[in-house]
Design a protein around this ligand. Structure first.
Ligand SMILES: O=C(O)CCC(=O)C(=O)O
Length: 433
């Protein structure tokens, strides 16, 4: 390895990784980890078969993110060790593989509070630095299309099959963003959905042409080297559902530009979708996080003390990305937190039912998925046509710049009408004493 190709991994980082690994050796199955640690810092060649075998164990269920904590912890740690070993052994050329290993480890262990976050982040920084060094040596990628806003949205709106909205009433809409006080009285206090037009038009992701998320070359450049979880199959309730780890570049090329971006014009299209859904993308990619901002409405407490509208009674919002081609679909379900769903690229149709909906409750899936309703899109279409108004069915079509407030407990179903990129902000009130 020449000096210019050397990767800079600080020895203290290797030490911290080994002590993290040692702390996991007593977990069920941890003997395999202790055996690779016997001779000090292990080599990538020793770690790769162990990682593969732990990966196999995680995939004994459809969604690896729900596997046991102990196997997820060990997998994350072995992957981080392997990424570090590869960088030490191969230099900057190993950076793409190192990033991939860390991204997958991050997805698998995201909810694990015991993961030593700083070790993980420091390793990310070292590998990303090496990656950028490597990129300078490579030819620039060919330009990708810019999603043309006007024509594109017109096309998407054309795709709203109005028959699917017969009987559904529009969610009340504010044509300009309400003040915090108005938001409180129109939406938060009555716990009613509100469609806010133009609420996020000022975000750099929409307003700054050099950072526009419509520009696939921009997304490719900023986020392309990263690996993300892609949900395959229409609903997590179906046996066909699975989650794959895919490079964002590959996902953009196949599903946003290539063949996969053409939604088949059939009622079953959503059963075969590939959706980057509900992913904490912005924690992994600070450049994308800088293109958005947390809406002020998330700071309005539902229990305003002494008539003060903003206060401390709320949690930091959890920010999730939803990116996919036309026809990506999220089945009717309800969540506990407040939600602001912001539409950055393309159009999305959202249909809602109130929390007390007998219809949705009587079709709730079996535990642990009881917050999801088994009614299909087609069943909801025909129920709307027969008795939508009586059942309190509401809908919104979100366009770029719009945001939809979905109060806790409201059932909601989402369908992308075009290539779509949305961001959700979930937040909860802190318990009142
Ligand atoms: O956009 C989607 O597909 C689903 C969004 C959603 O369900 C949510 O934000 O809770």
């Amino acid at each position: 390895m020449s000096d210019s190709n050397a990767a800079c991994i600080h020895p203290s980082l290797c030490k911290s990784l080994v002590s993290w690994a040692c702390s996991l050796c007593d977990l069920p199955g941890g003997k395999r980890l202790s055996s690779v640690l016997q001779n000090g810092f292990p080599q990538a060649l020793q770690l790769s078969p162990l990682r593969a075998s732990l990966w196999g164990e995680l995939h004994e269920i459809d969604d690896f993110r729900k596997a046991t904590l102990s196997s997820r912890r060990q997998f994350a740690c072995v992957s981080a060790l392997e990424a570090c070993a590869l960088m030490l052994e191969c230099g900057v050329e190993a950076a793409p593989q190192g990033l991939r290993l860390l991204d997958v480890a991050e997805m698998v262990s995201a909810e694990d509070d015991t993961r030593p976050g700083t070790v993980f982040n420091d390793l990310y920084k070292e590998i990303e630095r090496a990656f950028r060094k490597l990129e300078l040596l490579l030819p620039p990628p060919p330009p990708l299309p810019v999603i043309d806003r006007e024509g594109f949205i017109g096309h998407a709106l054309h795709a709203v099959n109005t028959a699917t909205l017969q009987g559904w009433s529009p969610v009340p809409a504010a044509n300009t963003p309400p003040t915090l006080r108005e938001f409180y009285s129109l939406a938060l206090a009555p716990s009613h959905p509100l469609h806010i037009r133009g609420a996020i038009s000022h975000w750099p992701a929409l307003a700054d042409p050099s950072r526009s998320w419509c520009n696939l070359s921009y997304l490719h450049r900023v986020a392309g080297p990263r690996t993300v979880p892609i949900e395959i199959g229409g609903s997590y309730l179906t046996p066909q559902f699975s989650v794959a780890c895919v490079g964002l570049r590959e996902y953009i090329a196949t599903y946003l530009v290539g063949e996969g971006s053409q939604a088949p014009d059939s009622t079953v299209s959503h059963h075969n979708h590939h959706y980057l859904a509900q992913h904490a993308l912005f924690e992994a990619i600070p450049a994308l996080r800088a293109d958005i901002s947390i809406p002020e409405y998330t700071a309005v407490s539902a229990y305003p003390p002494n008539d003060q509208l903003s206060g401390s009674g709320f949690t930091e919002p959890s920010i999730k990305a939803w990116l996919g081609p036309a026809a990506t679909y999220t089945p009717l379900h309800k969540d506990k937190p407040h939600n602001l769903l912001a539409q950055v690229v393309g159009a999305k149709k959202v249909r809602l039912l109130p929390p007390n909906s007998q219809l949705a409750a009587s079709h709730a899936a079996q535990p642990p998925c009881q917050n999801t309703c088994t009614l299909t899109k087609e069943q909801l279409d025909s129920l709307g046509q027969c008795s939508g108004t009586a059942l309190g069915m509401l809908f919104s079509v979100l366009l770029p710049g719009d945001m939809l407030y979905i109060p806790p407990g409201w059932w909601h179903e989402c369908e992308s009408l075009s290539t779509s990129f949305s961001v959700s902000f979930w937040w909860e009130e802190e318990q009142q004493t």
